[in-house]
Design a protein around this ligand. Structure first.
Ligand code: DON
Length: 584
């Protein structure tokens, strides 16, 4: 790919849209709905109000948290197709109250069988602006085998009660009748209008002569309604085999991809043991590899607890907390870049990475007065592969939380990766561009500036490393918090910050979500901060040697706090994205 003027225009327009996004947030059509609310029986917190309503209606019918999570995911695929949907994939973490078990379902996309480690090798002299149009992000090669249909089926099979037809029905109606385009979707659509107009379905979402999707106009997807009807009647096999699978494979190949009907037929959801650890008096249960998000959060919490223990964390000044957190992310993000890959294909030395001695060495390296070079926290394991370094951007993804009347909890993060995924549809599905989460070459950054090592090169059937961090935090009497977010590399740092604000600083949920965020991912060695972070803290961080860069919008987090007494459920959608929770 070259740095054509059109590539540069796309990148510049995406940057403008992203910078404008927060201004649009909280400004949904007709939407004076508050971003947080309290409930007694059940609650759903999605990043879009009508999707929360769909989940709440399923709970009202007696559905479980799994039924509601599935219905909400399907609704989000209609209302916000630039973020998630049947053409994408994700992770679901499920707490079952009856036996207190926590199950992790991995329905992440897999690389097609014809994938090769060098399939996205960067061209000589590639510049950052060239990346927005590269084949790992746009077009057929960017597409991993979608996991969401199989993921939803498995979630319902394991934990559902109402049956597939009841759960899928609202989404079919929405796709057929159309849904009003939200301010959020409209505001982000402008840079993609040329791509949308090239697609037979998405072109219907942009009015004649208009330069962007228009808020309030109806967005229909009759082809997706047909695919959902087939799924409703026959389950995931209706999507992964037969006519729809043929249609998907054909469309991907026409867009320059290598996906075959066989790849679709071979797709499997994987149940994995969640990753967990106890910090700050709570048990954090979260995503295992192929997500690096869970590991990053737990490794950061382990270091944090040593340098700023529970009683001091709460009383610490904001600059001391920001510094301790920023320093705690540098080591784990480096580990991700060097060691992480699909655990079904490569060996991940998780125990060695999480060894107490290593955390202690990092805590000893920590200097409360001074920002360290990320390499100061390296603590390489023996025989470490070559360490990559690298640079960021943004995209789709959605996180939702559900707590039902029986105390079951679902935390689901799902995505098509960047906005509008690979920017074409097949059988009504907006196809993901999850292949960009692989390392295009050792050390080459993905769209979020995250470099990958040899373990994360593309390969047949491999799942790319993710940051998605659906998390359930458990106290002595059961779950106390369901949380997770969207926002690429910022998912994990935002999820952890909000969780700590609620559980360790005891801030009310809405304030914990609204508070200014910061982010550090080691590479680049930059502390990002939202403009609302107070000037004193910014100055204090500069004084300690951090290089600061403003970032308008650090992730979108949804959360439900579960309490023993009324109000039992505090639910909130991130005010940055304009969603609202629902429940009773
Ligand atoms: O799996 C991941 O980590 C990414 N594909 C997530 C992308 C994302 O969150 C886009 N941003 N909002």
């Amino acid at each position: 790919m070259n740095g054509s003027p059109s590539a540069r225009r796309t990148l510049a327009a995406v940057a403008v849209a992203l910078a404008a996004a927060p201004l649009l947030l909280g400004n949904q059509p007709g939407g004076a709905r508050p971003a947080s609310a309290t409930f007694e029986r059940y609650a759903v917190a999605a990043d879009e109000a009508s999707a929360s309503d769909v989940g709440a209606a399923i709970l009202e019918q007696g559905g479980t948290a799994a039924d509601a999570a599935a219905a909400t995911m399907l609704a989000l695929g209609i209302t916000s197709p630039l973020s998630s949907g049947f053409g994408g994939g994700g992770f679901a973490l499920y707490y079952r109250a009856s036996d207190r078990s926590v199950t992790f379902l991995d329905f992440r996309e897999r690389a097609p069988a014809a994938s090769r480690p060098d399939m996205f090798a960067p061209a000589q002299g590639e510049r950052p602006e060239d990346r927005a149009t590269q084949p790992s992000q746009v077009g057929g090669l960017a597409v991993g085998v979608p996991g969401e249909p199989a993921g939803i089926e498995e979630l319902l099979r394991r934990f559902g009660r109402l049956g597939r037809r009841a759960v899928v029905a609202p989404a079919i109606r929405m796709a057929q009748a159309g849904v009003p385009i939200s301010e959020y979707v409209a505001g982000l659509s402008m840079p993609f209008v040329d791509d949308l107009r090239r697609d037979p379905i998405m072109r219907g979402w942009v009015g004649e002569g208009e330069t962007a999707m228009r808020a309030g106009a109806l967005m229909r997807n009759a082809a997706l309604a047909r695919t959902l009807e087939a799924f409703s009647a026959r389950g995931a096999r209706a999507v992964y085999r037969g006519a729809i699978a043929q249609q998907i494979a054909r469309a991907v190949r026409q867009a320059g991809g290598i996906l075959t009907p066989r790849d679709l037929a071979d797709y499997r959801v994987v149940e994995r043991t969640p990753l967990e650890g106890s910090y700050f008096g709570y048990r954090f249960v979260t995503a295992p590899p192929p997500s690096a998000g869970g590991y990053t959060m737990l490794a950061s919490l382990a270091q944090l607890e040593r340098v700023l223990p529970r009683d001091r964390f709460c009383r610490a000044s904001e600059p001391n907390r920001v510094h301790a957190l920023a320093e705690s992310w540098k080591g784990p993000f480096r580990d991700r870049a060097v060691y992480f890959g699909d655990p079904d294909h490569v060996t991940l030395p998780l125990d060695a990475l999480r060894a107490a001695a290593r955390t202690e060495a990092r805590a000893r390296a920590y200097d409360p007065r001074r920002a360290l070079d990320p390499e100061a926290y390296a603590m390489p394991l023996e025989g470490e592969p070559r360490a990559p370094t690298a640079q960021p951007r943004s995209g789709g993804t959605t996180h939702l939380c559900v707590v039902d009347a029986e105390g079951n909890v679902a935390a689901v993060t799902t995505t098509v990766n960047l906005f509008f995924g690979a920017r074409f549809t097949a059988a009504g599905l907006v196809m993901n561009d999850e292949m960009d989460d692989f390392a295009r070459a050792i050390g080459a950054p993905n769209a979020f500036g995250l470099p990958g090592g040899p373990q994360n090169l593309p390969g047949p059937g491999k799942r790319p490393v993710s940051t998605m961090t659906p998390t359930i935090v458990i106290g002595d009497a059961g779950p106390v918090l369901c949380i997770g977010g969207a926002g690429g590399s910022r998912i994990v740092t935002a999820t952890e910050q909000v969780a700590l604000r609620i559980l360790a600083q005891h801030l009310p949920l809405d304030r914990a979500l609204a508070a200014p965020r910061f982010h550090h991912q080691g590479f680049p060695n930059v502390l990002n901060y939202e403009p609302s972070l107070d000037a004193q803290t910014q100055a204090a961080m500069r004084g300690r040697g951090h290089r600061l860069e403003e970032m308008e919008h650090i992730a979108a987090v949804q959360a439900i706090q579960i309490r023993p007494t009324a109000p039992r459920l505090l639910a909130a959608s991130d005010p940055r994205k304009g969603g609202a929770p629902a429940g009773r």
